[in-house]
Design a protein around this ligand. Structure first.
Ligand code: ZN
Length: 421
C-alpha cells in the first residue's frame, strides 16, 4: 500500500497558533520543540517495516516539513502541497514511481482538506481524529453541519494509530457496513455521526454508507442509494442494504452489551410514494434478534412529501406535525433503534428524537442506510469549451458521467458528456 500522511494534526500536535511562524517558514523550529503525538514515531516505523511506501504530504513550508520529515520520521515528503489541489501531489507521486490509477493508495489526515484531496485522487482516506474528541455538547439547532470533516466522507475513521494501522493492513474489514455488503463482505462499521450522553440516557446517530456527489474513492455507493427510490430496484439491491444493516445490528450486541435495545423500528414512507413502502420492505428483510415494531405512521391527510421540505426547520416541523406514534406502550421507558434511508441535514433524526423523548423513550439510536457527503469536484476540464466538468450520476442505473452542464440543468457549459467507467 502507498500511505500518504498529513503532518500537522496527524503526526504532530501543532494546532496551537504558536506553531504558525514555523509552519509558514518565518522561523526555524528545533527538533526538540516539535510536539510529536505519542505513538506517531512507532506508527510510521511500523508502516515502513511492514513494507508500505510511506510519504508525508503537507501544506506547510519546506524547511519546516523537511526538518521534521527527515529527522523525526525518516520519510520523503512533499511540502506546500496546496491541498486539495492535486497537481503537486500527482507530480510528486509520479516522480516516486507511484501510479495513482493502479496503485493502492490510502491517505491519512485530520482535516477536511486531506479528505477532499483524497477524494480528488480517488484514493481511500482515513480521517484520523486524535484530538477534538469532546463532541458531547448537544444543540438541536446546530444540526450536524459542524462535523465538516465527516461530511467530506472519508472512507474510514480512526481515533488512534492502532486503528489506522489495522485499516491500512486490512482495508476491506473496516468498510462501512453497506459499502462492505456491496462487495459481498460482512463488515459492521458505521460513521459515528452524533453522540449525546445525558446522565440517564444516550442518543446516537450512525450511518452505514456514503452517498457521494462528484469524485470519490471506489468504495462509495451512491449507485445503490439511487436504487432505493427506483421502482425497478432489484432484489439484489435490497439484499445488500438489508445485509449491511443486519451486520451492523449484530455488532451492537457484540460490542455494546452495555445497552440493551428493546425495539427496532423504521421511518415509514407514505403510501403514495413509489415504490410503496420502500423502507418497510428493507426493514422486513433485516435480520436481528432485537424485537421489531411499527412505532410510526404518517397522518392520513398530508399532501407534500418530506423530501420536498428542503431546509432544516421545515423538515423538523413537517415531522413534528405529521409523524404519529402508533402506541405509547412501544415507546415509554424503551431503548429504541430507528432506521431511515438517508441523513442529510439531520432534521429527521432530531425531530424523531424529540418526539420519542416527549413520549418517554429512554436511549435512542438513529441509523441511516446512507449519509449525503459534500460534493467534491475534480480538476477535469471540458475538451470542447474549457469549462470545469461536473461528475453526475445517472439515477436510473447509477453510472457516473462527466457533464459540461448546460443552462437547462443550471450550469453554463456546452452540454458535453463523457462516460466514466
Ligand atoms: Zn463544454
Amino acid at each position: 500500500m502507498v500511505v500518504l500522511l498529513d503532518l500537522d494534526g496527524t503526526l504532530i500536535h501543532t494546532a496551537s497558533t504558536k506553531y504558525k511562524e514555523y509552519k509558514d517558514g518565518i522561523s526555524q523550529i528545533s527538533i526538540e520543540d516539535v510536539p510529536v503525538f505519542a505513538g506517531a514515531r512507532e506508527f510510521v516505523a511500523t508502516l515502513t517495516n511492514q513494507g508500505h511506501k510511506v510519504y508525508i504530504i503537507s501544506d506547510s513550508y519546506p524547511s519546516y516539513v523537511k526538518t521534521i520529515s527527515e529527522n523525526i520520521f525518516h520519510l520523503e515528503y512533499l511540502a506546500l502541497s496546496d491541498k486539495p489541489n492535486t497537481s503537486k501531489t500527482l507530480k510528486f507521486l509520479s516522480d516516486k514511481g507511484v501510479n495513482v490509477n493502479n496503485d493502492d493508495i490510502i491517505l491519512v489526515g485530520d482535516s477536511s482538506l486531506d479528505i477532499h484531496l483524497g477524494r480528488k485522487l480517488r484514493c481511500k482516506t482515513i480521517y484520523l481524529q486524535l484530538y477534538n474528541q469532546n463532541s458531547e455538547e448537544f444543540d438541536d439547532n446546530d444540526g450536524i453541519d459542524e462535523r465538516t470533516t465527516l461530511k467530506y466522507g472519508p472512507t474510514y475513521f480512526a481515533k488512534n494509530y492502532n486503528t489506522a494501522l489495522e485499516i491500512v493492513n486490512f482495508p476491506s474489514r473496516h468498510l462501512l457496513a453497506i459499502e462492505g455488503a456491496a462487495l459481498g463482505l460482512d463488515t459492521c462499521n458505521a460513521i459515528r455521526f452524533w453522540n449525546y450522553k445525558a446522565p440517564d440516557h444516550i442518543v446516537a446517530i450512525r450511518c452505514l454508507a456514503r452517498q457521494e456527489n462528484g469524485a470519490c474513492d471506489k468504495m462509495s455507493q451512491a449507485k445503490i442509494y439511487y436504487q432505493i427510490d427506483n421502482p425497478e430496484r432489484t432484489a439484489e439491491t435490497l439484499d445488500i442494504l438489508a445485509k449491511g444493516a443486519s451486520s451492523y445490528l449484530a455488532s451492537l450486541s457484540r460490542y455494546s452489551q452495555h445497552y440493551k435495545w428493546d425495539i427496532f423500528t423504521y421511518v415509514p414512507d407514505k403510501t403514495t410514494t413509489t415504490p410503496p413502502n420502500k423502507m418497510k420492505e428493507i426493514f422486513n428483510l433485516i435480520e436481528t434478534t432485537i424485537p421489531k415494531g411499527d412505532i410510526f405512521s404518517w397522518s392520513d391527510n398530508i399532501r407534500t412529501s418530506l423530501r420536498q421540505e428542503k431546509n432544516y426547520h421545515d423538515r423538523s416541523q413537517y415531522i413534528d406535525q405529521n409523524l404519529k406514534i402508533n402506541s405509547s406502550n412501544l415507546v415509554l421507558g424503551k431503548n429504541i433503534i430507528v432506521i431511515d434511508d438517508q441523513l442529510t441535514t439531520g432534521a429527521t433524526a432530531f425531530a424523531i428524537r424529540k418526539k420519542l423523548k416527549e413520549n418517554g423513550a429512554n436511549n435512542i439510536l438513529f441509523i441511516t442506510l446512507f449519509y449525503m457527503i459534500l460534493e467534491v469536484k475534480d480538476d477535469k476540464i471540458c475538451p470542447k469549451c474549457g469549462k470545469p466538468l461536473s461528475i453526475k450520476v445517472n439515477r436510473r442505473n447509477g453510472t457516473k458521467f462527466y457533464s459540461c452542464q448546460p443552462e437547462r440543468y443550471g450550469g453554463d457549459g456546452c452540454g458535453y458528456i463523457e462516460n466514466i467507467d
